[in-house]
Ligand binder design. Structure first.
Ligand code: TXA
Ligand code: MG
Length: 315
C-alpha cells in the first residue's frame, strides 16, 4: 500500500478524511478516549479492511460511531432507559450495546453476527465534525494492531499501522486516554468494559448497581480477552519498588522512573497510561520488565487496572 497520509486538524483535513471514508478507505481519527480506525460501517469491503489492517479476529465486533442521538436511533433500538443514559452521557466516552434495528443497514461484519450493536457518540470536536461530514455510521476500533497498546497520539497510530491505512488525522493527545465504558442494555444492564465514564456515575444514573459482564473466560464483550494491550516487555502490577532490571511506573507516593501521576490523580493517570506504557516498553527493551505501582480500584482506576491486568496477562 501507499504511505499513510497525515491530515491536519482543520476543515480541509476533515473534508479529506470524510472523502476517503466515503470512498471505502480507512482513516484513523482522534476521539477523546483513543484514536479510532474509521471505515464506512455500511460497506462490507471497508469493514473487512479494518479487520485486515489490525489483524483482528472476525468474532470481535466493532463499535459504530455516529454524530448524535438521532443518528444512533437509526442504528439501535432505544427504550426509555437507553435514551435516558444517552441523554446523560452523550456525547462522551460511553458505548451502549443495544438490539440492532432491522433496517440499520450496518454490515454484518461489524456485529460479528450478533443481534446487538455497540454504538457511541464521541465528544471530540474533530470526531464529531468527521462523523457529520461522512453522513454514514462509521465503524471504528482502536487504531492499533490487534492485541497491542491502544493509540492516544497520531504517532502511535503511525507506529502500528503506517502503510496499512489511507490516512491519520493528527489531533494531538487524547484527553481521556482509556477507551469508552461499554454498557450492555440489550438485557439487564451490565458493565461490559470499564472505561472513560466511571461505573459509579452510571450506577448513580441508573439508580442501581451494575452487574459486571467482563469475564475473560466467557467474554460478553467478545473483545475482552485476557491478554491485550501487550507491550514487548513483561509487566508486574502492585509494585511498591523496582526489582533489579525493572522500569518502575509510579503513582502518587510511589515514585518511579516515570509516573502516571505524581499527585495521585486518576484522570491524569488515565490520560498518560498508554503513552507511558509505550515509553516504558522502549526503555525496557523486548526482554525487559515493567512494574506498575498500585492504582486504587475506583473511578477511572477501574479502567486503568483493567487495562494493566490485560497488559500483564500471560500471552
Ligand atoms: O473508546 C472507544 O470505545 C474506542 C474509540 C475509537 O471509540 N474504540 C474501541 O474499540 O475501543 P475496540 O474495537 O478497541 O473495542 C470495542 C469493544 C470490543 O471489546 C468489542 O468486543 C465490544 O466493543 N463490542 C462491540 N460490539 C459489541 C456487541 N454487540 N456486544 C458486546 N460487545 C461488543
Ligand atoms: Mg481496542
Amino acid at each position: 500500500m501507499d504511505r499513510t497520509e497525515i491530515l491536519a486538524a482543520d476543515d480541509s483535513g476533515v473534508a479529506r478524511a470524510a472523502d476517503l471514508i466515503r470512498a471505502g478507505r480507512l482513516v484513523a481519527f482522534p476521539t477523546e478516549t483513543v484514536y479510532g480506525l474509521g471505515g464506512d460501517a455500511t460497506d462490507d469491503r471497508a469493514v473487512a479492511g479494518i479487520f485486515a489492517a489490525k489483524g483482528r479476529p472476525q468474532f470481535n465486533p466493532l463499535i459504530v460511531h455516529v454524530p448524535d442521538l438521532a443518528a444512533a436511533e437509526r442504528v439501535g433500538v432505544f427504550d426509555d432507559r437507553a435514551r435516558n443514559v444517552a441523554l446523560a452521557f452523550w456525547p462522551g466516552p460511553l458505548t451502549l450495546v443495544l438490539p440492532m434495528r432491522g433496517d440499520a443497514g450496518i454490515s454484518p461484519l461489524v456485529t460479528a453476527g450478533l443481534g446487538s450493536v455497540a454504538i457511541r457518540v464521541p465528544a471530540h470536536p474533530l470526531a464529531r465534525a468527521l462523523l457529520r461530514a461522512v453522513g454514514r455510521p462509521v465503524a471504528a476500533p482502536s487504531a492499533n494492531p490487534s492485541g497491542r497498546v491502544s493509540p492516544t497520539r497520531a504517532d502511535h497510530v503511525i507506529d502500528g499501522l503506517e502503510g496499512r491505512i489511507a490516512a491519520v488525522m493528527d489531533g494531538g493527545a487524547c484527553a481521556v486516554g482509556v477507551e469508552s465504558t461499554i454498557l450492555g442494555l440489550d438485557g439487564p444492564p451490565a458493565l461490559l468494559r470499564p472505561g472513560g465514564i466511571p461505573a459509579e456515575a452510571l450506577e448513580a444514573a441508573l439508580g442501581h448497581p451494575l452487574a459486571s459482564g467482563g469475564d475473560a473466560a466467557r467474554p460478553s464483550a467478545p473483545g475482552q480477552l485476557a491478554s491485550h494491550y501487550a507491550p514487548g516487555a513483561a509487566v508486574r502490577l502492585g509494585a511498591h519498588g523496582a526489582e533489579t532490571g525493572e522500569i518502575l511506573i509510579g503513582f502518587g507516593p510511589v515514585k518511579g522512573d516515570l509516573s502516571l501521576s505524581q499527585s495521585g490523580d486518576l484522570v491524569e493517570a488515565a490520560a498518560a497510561l498508554f503513552h507511558i506504557l509505550r515509553q516504558a516498553d522502549l526503555l525496557a527493551g523486548p526482554t525487559g520488565r515493567i512494574a506498575f505501582a498500585p492504582i486504587p480500584e475506583q473511578g477511572l482506576g477501574r479502567a486503568i487496572n483493567d487495562r494493566l491486568r490485560r497488559a500483564a496477562a500471560p500471552r
